[in-house]
Design a protein. Sequence first.
Length: 135
Amino acid sequence: TLILETVINYLDIPHKERAHVLTALFSIGFCPAGGKRKTLQREMEKSVRDKLPQYIFLFRDGKLIGYSFLIGEKEHISEVFPWWAVDNADELPAASAARLLEYAIRLCAKCGCLILADRLKTNLEARKNGMKGGK
């Protein structure tokens, strides 16, 4: 059976579908540092192309299974997302995690955030070598 996985940037999700995606996000275990779905959506709506923060989602056969939120290269830029980045790659099958992290690395590089891209590369290499997480 062919399994179709797709990585989608929040900015490419039609406006009418965004609330549904964020509801699904909570159902797979994501919990923001502050606020609920509407707060999360307000924060994500501030995203613009080629600049952090960026929010990406991984779907398998149309169902949300993963996320990677690329916030910035310092902590506490946002009360909702006080991290450099957060994802659920460690909860995904290896191939799915690699697909998500590789997309995130490319997006960080495109945004000029090479330090964050390097951190994500370390995480990806650690996963490929059979360890969870990175340094």
